[in-house]
Design a protein around this ligand. Structure first.
Ligand code: PLP
Length: 234
């Protein structure tokens, strides 16, 4: 049997997405939640446009990228064809890329310092658009990782809300690879509730059902949808 290559890509991605969506439903129901309250952010970093198109054809609309330049190369054309997509920045943001980031993304998940918050607020004054921000929490206290310590959240949030009027709507975390993520997921949900933030971004291919049981509203899933990445960029 010979099949057109792009047809089999479409079928594979559609099947993988359907499988992830089934697991979202199962995990949501197990936790007394509804699947509609959980947004699947398909992490498409390093993946070629053909795979993004396959995911779009299968109805996927929220995507995560970790680099501003790669996003600028891949997404503007696709957005013309699909104006209803939502792009999440899930990698660190340098202040010199803020203008492009505000142009390209709908959600910046990695706000982690006052200087970045100030620069984002300033760019939003210049280029008013509907953008949401999450604060990244380094729940594992890992020195090499971005994100603020849980104890710093109150001050940064106050600054964002009161001084910068930055639309912070959620929290994001990437738990340490060698630890049980459950404690980190519980901590992030607790922080979000205490600070009245409705969006909770946690859980990746290996642990998203667990993240959903602990309250995730946004899960970031790459490998389980698109397969192994050619170049690693985490
Ligand atoms: C790459 C990445 C993901 C997706 O990881 P998978 O294991 O491929 O699902 C999620 N979140 C962040 C921040 C990432 O960089």
């Amino acid at each position: 049997m010979t099949e057109h290559p792009s047809l089999s890509i479409d079928t594979d991605i559609a099947a993988a997405l359907a499988q992830v969506r089934r697991e979202i439903t199962t995990a949501a129901h197990a936790g007394g939640r509804v699947e509609a309250d959980i947004t699947l952010v398909a992490v498409s970093k390093t993946q070629p446009v053909a795979l993004l198109q396959a995911a779009l054809s299968a109805g996927q609309r929220a995507f995560g990228e970790n680099r501003v330049q790669e996003t600028a190369a891949k997404w503007p054309t696709l957005r013309v064809q699909h104006p209803d997509i939502e792009l999440h920045l899930i990698g660190p943001l340098q202040t010199n890329k803020i203008k492009d980031a505000v142009d390209l993304f709908d959600v910046i998940e990695t706000v982690d310092r006052p200087k970045l918050a100030a620069a984002l607020a300033m760019e939003l004054q210049r280029n008013p658009k509907r953008l949401r921000c999450y604060i990244e929490i380094n729940t594992g206290g890992e020195p090499q990782k971005s994100g603020i310590a849980p104890a710093e959240l109150e001050a940064l949030l106050a600054l964002c809300r009161n001084d910068y009027k930055l639309p912070v709507t959620g929290l994001m975390c990437i738990p340490p690879q060698d630890e049980d993520p459950a404690l980190h997921f519980a901590l992030l949900t607790d922080l979000a509730r205490r600070h009245h933030l409705s969006e909770i971004s946690m859980g990746m291919s290996a642990d998203y059902p667990l993240a959903i049981r602990f309250g995730a509203t946004h899960i970031r899933v790459g490998t389980a949808i698109f397969g192994t990445r050619l170049s690693s960029s985490l």
